[in-house]
Structure formats: C-alpha cells, structure tokens
Design a protein around this ligand. Sequence first.
Ligand SMILES: C[C@H](O)[C@H](O)[C@H]1CNC2=NC(N)=NC(=O)C2=N1
Length: 96
Amino acid sequence: MSKKLTGDVLTQNLAALEGWHLNADGSAISHSFRFADFNAAFGFMSRIALMAERLDHHPDWHNVYNTVNITLSTHDVGGLSDKDMVLARFISSLAA
Ligand SMILES: C[C@H](O)[C@H](O)[C@H]1CNC2=NC(N)=NC(=O)C2=N1
C-alpha cells in the first residue's frame, strides 16, 4: 500500500504541481482541463486511462463535451500518496 503524504512533504509535492488545487479537507487534488472539442478531450482521457491501468491508480473525473474535471486521491490511505503525484505530473505533461 502507498504511504499517505502529509505536512512538509505534501506541501513540497503540491508546490511542484502547476494548476492542481488541494480540496477543502486536504484529501484530494483537482484540476479542470478544457480542450478544443470532445475529440481532443476524449483523446486526453484515453491516454490517462492507459496510464491509470499501468499504475493501478485511477482518476475520479467528469467530462462534459470539451471539459474534463479530474480529482485524484488514494482511497486506500484516505488522502494523497506518491501515486497521485505521479499521475498528476503525467496528466499535466499531456495537457502542456
Ligand atoms: C484493489 C485496487 O488495487 C485498488 O482499489 C486501487 C485501484 N485504483 C485506485 N485508484 C485510486 N485513485 N485510489 C486507490 O486507492 C486505488 N486503489
């Protein structure tokens, strides 16, 4: 099982992530993405889906046409872990 990130370690990890917001209770991070159209949004989601399977770590997400709202947390630890940071960095690299 992954280890829960807390305190300074969590703060440092979050500082290195552009555009991700910590939710109110500190247990998850979210990012909203917008694309030209549904095709671009779904292509983005498809690439994330393949990585999520490789990592065995899956996003909570919501897609409406060209927008994708993503929330990451590690349910097993009730908060954030390295897996969320790895997946967040991968997602950000796709959108860049
Ligand atoms: C049994 C399986 O390994 C677990 O349920 C995995 C799958 N994907 C997961 N994804 C996320 N985001 N958090 C988890 O705790 C998690 N756990």
